[in-house]
Every structure is written in structure tokens, then in C-alpha cells.
Write a protein that binds this ligand. Sequence first.
Ligand code: NOJ
Length: 846
Amino acid sequence: MGFWCSEVVIAVVIAALSTVNAQNLAYSPPFYPSPWMSGNGDWAEAHEKAVQFVSQLTLPEKVNLTSGVGWMQGNCVGNTGSIPRLNFPGFCMQDSPLGVRFTDYVSAFPAGVNTAATWDKRLAYQRGNAMGNEHRNKGVDVQLGPVAGPLGRSPDGGRDWEGFSPDPVFTGAMMAATIKGIQDAGVIACAKHYILNEQEYFRQPGSVTGYENIPAESSNADDKTLHELYLWPFADAVRAGVGSIMCSYEQINNSYGCSNAYTLNKLLKSELDFQGFVTSDWWAQQSGVGTALAGLDMTMAGDTVLNGTVPEWRIDDMAVRIMAAYYKVGRDRYWIPTNFNSWTNSTFGPQHALANMSYGQVNYHVNVQANHGELIRQIGSSSIVLLKNNGALPLTGHEVFTGIFGEDAGANPGGPNACADRSCDNGTLAMGWGSGTAQFPYLITPEEAIQTKVQSLGTGTVQAITDNNALSQMAEVASRASVCLVFGNADSGEGYLTIDGNEGDRKNLTLWQGADQVIEQVSAHCNNTILVLHTAGPVIVSDWDNHPNITAILWAGLPGQESGNSLVDVLYGDVNPGGKSPFTWGKKLEDWGTPILTKPNNGAGAPQIDYSEGIFIDYRKFDRDNITPTYEFGFGLSYTTFEISDLCVEPINAPPYVPSNGMTKAAPSLGNYTSPSDYVFPDGFSRIPEYVYPWINSTDLKASSGDPRYGLPSNSYIPPGATDGSPQLILGAGGAPGGNPGLYEEMYTITATVKNTGEVAGDEVPQLYICLGAPDDPKVALRDFDRISLEPGEEKIWNTALTRRDVSNWDPVTQNWVISKYPKTVYVGNSSRKLPLKAELPLYAD
Ligand code: NOJ
């Protein structure tokens, strides 16, 4: 009996731990009406042109701009309707953040995480610009990238690699540079997935095997966490002029990402004064009227708006925002017809793949790669992080016997594009899987590149074993080789595809393909074993770091098509490694303290993911809990040595911070709303099956909308204030794209001297961190960085600055940024834990 009792107690305790209190669910407050575009910042001209254009449109034409025509009904992953009367073809929206998805003769760029690892804003810009050019030349209007969500709350998050880094300032800088690059090429960038889209499990209703009836999870974060962590890089995206933002699938504080009036209307469109348009992630629109009122401007599902519940000014605003983005990046000058089709590689095929209709030429096989291979190779080598080096690297080129080991060194036997959306991990890994991919035009494997190098040097022999089961052959070759290069990888991707039980998010932080066995075997027989890692994020390498026979470790990430060449450049010292880790390498998954939720915890309700760690993710958490990582955030070695000295901090007499105030103008209405009879399908119109049209079936709006609430008083389901087009209050923290311009005023200039004290030229990345001083602030938080090239003996002065935002905290009470009274310290060094220079900031309390 006693035993039975204790069992019950345990069951109750477990239940309490694994479920949430349904009465006390996190809540997302309403914020209405949805802000209308003002033309603020440098949007005035684009706004004016958009107003002119939209003023000519009928309601169905406006609706056409705001709605997708349906999946696989156009050339691109998303197409809006067209306006034939004005010769306007509609928008082509195409993945991905690393190249043009689903077509040929394009480049496969290094992933976002590699771009981050270069710590080079110039390279981030160049990559963005090159990708933008490729999209433009294929006839794409909107490139669906870059990514700041996931930010990287969990190291095993499936899509972390599509973005940059779990540090918000760092990701913000990379977002801004990438967006500018893409948009300077005449293509609209789309910053995604807004916001708290941090895991694949449960991101969509019914998306997890075995839990098909479970709604999408709710990511629950408080206002401070939202502002200081997850919203920060989106603020930088908006400030950089991003034309569109994609709202996310999951719920935020129990309100869906694409109908969340707080995150869309308040944070994005009011506080950040975002002037472009919000598009839904594909099928992420969970309601019709509700999403329009909550700030969604473009949907890939289409909607009916004629029952008078969505005010006309809101439809106008959607269309104006969309067209303003178009003019802002010069689409009117750069536009060319889409010359590929996402749904077939053949030259001829149906224009409407889903309906299998309108057969003709759909692919023109336009080669848009230009000389981007060179940039890809450069980003690849610049992103390599040298994690350990006992003098084994660089190779001298005189090695008599080079051994190459591991499946990850070789080719995928089915070819580099063998698996749809890269949904297998065969051979070397150069990008993750899912919609964030592109076809490889070619993929230089490490095996191929190293062999070519050894052969060209003419000094030795090289043997590669890429079958990870050939352990005895490996032992034999390893015991004779002068250097043993061992390869391992770990993949991750988007949740609609599963590899080896990994439903997007990784199941663990170990290596794939049985690589650990290979490393063990080779290092047991070769006392000069160099480990090369192609991983989507951190893996557990503490054993290898401590292993005496492992003389060097390199992280090469997901480098894209030039993988092998980029690696060879670093291995043989043609490029001196200068990459730094954009994330922390812990010793076990628990070190991060932010696990992926893989089991429902709210009965049949939405799983609740409480971001109770607040702003303490990645290195901030390791620092707070005094956990020693294997390699810290910002860490990376070089073939030379550097010294950083002479930190100098000078306050600038910045003007006092003035919260924005006043009122917006009233919502403009651009007219042309006639009567329902003008909106029915034209007589004799022949429809393409499943195609989404802007017209309605009959003038009986109730029947046409199919909305059971039709005819009910609108205040029974329309949130208060949602249809109010009168002037609205400007928020104190708002007032301009990116937020109150005072936040970006410089308050301190900072300089430090960086010197190359070694024998070879190389790049160093000085990093500026701050401690804001309150007990709940991180020990240190990154504020700026630069990548500086130095000849042996050369020194350069690094100039940087701290803005008001950099020295402020978000105050949920006043709903603004404030400089706290706590003493603040700045640090400069070359990793989050190597910060030899330190200075107190002269106090400057608001
Ligand atoms: C869903 C993904 O989450 C998003 O990133 C992508 O752009 C769309 N699908 C379109 O493929």
C-alpha cells in the first residue's frame, strides 16, 4: 500500500512539472488600429509613387496585390495576382536566404551561420548583393530572407543555421548588411520569421508525428525579453529599410504570429515604424478579417474583405505598403519577367503546376552565377574557425602522406542535389535542409580539393577513405599517414522533412554518419589528426579538444558550393583563419538550459514554451551560471598573434533623449470602392482550378464570404478600435523606422589599437562588450565588432561608438528605453571571455 501511495505522489509531481497552468496562460494584449504607412524615414518618394499607383486600382486589383494565387499556381514559391489593366505582372516571392531555390544555374552561397562566422559586415553585404543580383536576374521580386528568427535560443534548433547568431546585436548587424546588399541589387528583402520562431517542433498545428491534433506552440516571452533580445535584430532590419517582413507560424503569448496585434501593430508598425509590408509565412494565416486588422498585409491564402468589417483604408494601406517596397528598391527599373519555374526542371511544362494547365516554356535556364564562386570561396575560407591548433596547421605542403577520412569529406553518391531540399546527409555537408536551400551548381568536396592540392604540390601521396564503416582500412592508412584529416558533420533543417528521426530540430548535439567512431579510430592510430567539422551549429567536442593526438580542430560550418576550396585555402595557409565562433560550444546540451520542447505540455491545448530564461541565452547564460564552455562565443585562433591595447572611451555630448510624441495623420482612403456587383467574377470567365482569384461568387456577401459571423454586429467580433482611422498617438519609443532616432545617437566614441605581433599577415576581430550593471544584466553583452587585416608588425586603430540604445535597457513600465543608474563597464578583446581591456563608462543617467 505504501509503495502504491508513493507511486501516485510521483505521478502527480511529474504531471505538475510537465503541464502548464491553463488558467494562467501568457497573454498578448490587443493593439488597434493597424498603423497606416506614413512615408517616414527615406520612404517618402516610394510612398508617393505607391499612393499614385494604388489610387488607380479597383478593389479586386488591390486584393490581387495582397493575396497569393495559391501554391504551385505560379512560377515561384509565392505569386500574387496581377493587374493586367495596368500591365502589372504581380509579385514573385522566392526562397531562400542562401540563394535562389528550386532552379538551375544559380549559386549555392554559404549559409547565414557561416556569414556570421566571418564577423565581416562587408562580406555580409557582398553576399547579400550577389544573392540579390541572382534573384533579380531570375525575375524574382522578393527574396525570402534573411533570417533573424530563429535567433538561436536553442543550439539544436533546426533552422538556426539559416540565420546568423544567438547574439541580437551581432545578428542585427548581419541582417542590416545583408538587407542593404539584397535591396541595392533591386530586389525586396524579406526579414523572417517574425518573431519567437525558435523551434521546429510544434511550430505549426499538427506538425509533429504522433501529435497531429495539437495546435501550434505558444512562445511566451515578457516585454523586456522581446525588446532586448528577439526584436532587436528586426529593429536593425527595419532601420536598414527592409521592404517586407514574414510573420511566423507559431503563437506568441497565445496569439498566432500572423494575427498578433501586439507584435505586428504595436511593436513592428508603431514602435519600429515599419513602412513595408508584412507577408504571412506559407499558410500561417489563421483567420481572415482578424489578421488584416492585426497588421498582416499579404497572404498566401487570399481572403474576402467585402463585408465591410475590414475598413477600406486598411486595404489601401496593405496595397500601398506592398507597392512602396516595390518602388523603394527600384523594381520599376529592374523588373524582368520570371524566367524559371519552381515546380519542374524541364524547359516545358504547365504554367499552373497544381492545376496542370497552360503548357508552354517555363524554364529559360538563365545562368545568373556571374563570378560569385570567388566570393563564395572567400566567405567560406573567412568563415572557418580554428578552434584548436597545436602547431599542426598550416600544413607545409611537404607532407609525404596525407590521409583523408570520413564520409563528410566525399561526394554524395546521388549527386549534390540528390535529395529534395537537401533532405539527406550523404557525403559532405555544405547546407542544411528545408526551404532555406538552393540547388548546388557544383559542390567542391574536401576530398577533391585536397587531392588536387597535393597533386599540384607534387610532394606526396594522398589517400581518402570516405566509407565510415571501413574502420580497419582507416586504421591501416592512419598509422602510415603524416597527417590525418578527419571529417564529421551534423545536419539540421526545416520541420516538414525528417532525417533519421530529426524532425528539423536536432535530437542531440553529437556528430552524424558515425563520425565519432571514425575520429576515435583515426586518432588512435595517427598522432597528427586534424578534425574538420561541417555542422549546422555547436556539437559536443570536449573529448576531441582534450585528445593529445588531435592536433587541430576546424569548424567549417555550411560553406556552400566551394566547400573544399575554402578549406584548402586555410589548411595550407593561403588564407590565415580569422573566423570566430558565432555561438557557444558547451560540453552538454543542458549547459544551454533552453531545450527544444518535443512533447505537448498543455494537454490538447497549445504547448506552452516559456522563455523564462529571459535574455540569458547562449554565452549570457554560460557566463551567468559560470559554466565553462569548450569554446566561447567570439573565439577563434589564427596563424599569427595579435595584441589589443590602448582602450580609450570618450563621452560625446549627445542631446537628451526625447520620447516621440504627437499624433499621426488620419488614415488616407484611396477610394474606388463601388458596389459588390463590380466584384463578382466577370461573365464567361474560365477559372483555373484551385487558383485564388480576387473576385467573389455572388453579390450575396453572406454566401460569398462563407463567414458564419456575417450579419452579426461587427463589435461582437471586431476588437475595439480596430476600424478607427482617426489620427493615432505616436509611441515614445517610436517615431521613425527602427524606433526613436535618439536611440541611434552616438553617446561614446571608443578606440583601441590592434597589432599583428606575429610573423604572417592575418585578420583580427576586435570585439566591444558592455556590462550595463544591473543585477539582472548579462555579465557582458556584445555591442560592436570589426574584422581588420594586418601585415606582420602592423597596427591599426579601431574606431567604434556606443549609441543610446547600446547603453539602455527596455523599461516595460514607461514603455521606452532608459539608461539605468547602475555603473557601466565596457570591455574590448577578441572573444566573449578574452577581454583584456576594460573601462568604466562615465555616468549618464536619464
Ligand atoms: C515556410 C518557411 O517557414 C519559410 O521560411 C519559407 O519562406 C516558406 N515556407 C516558403 O517556402
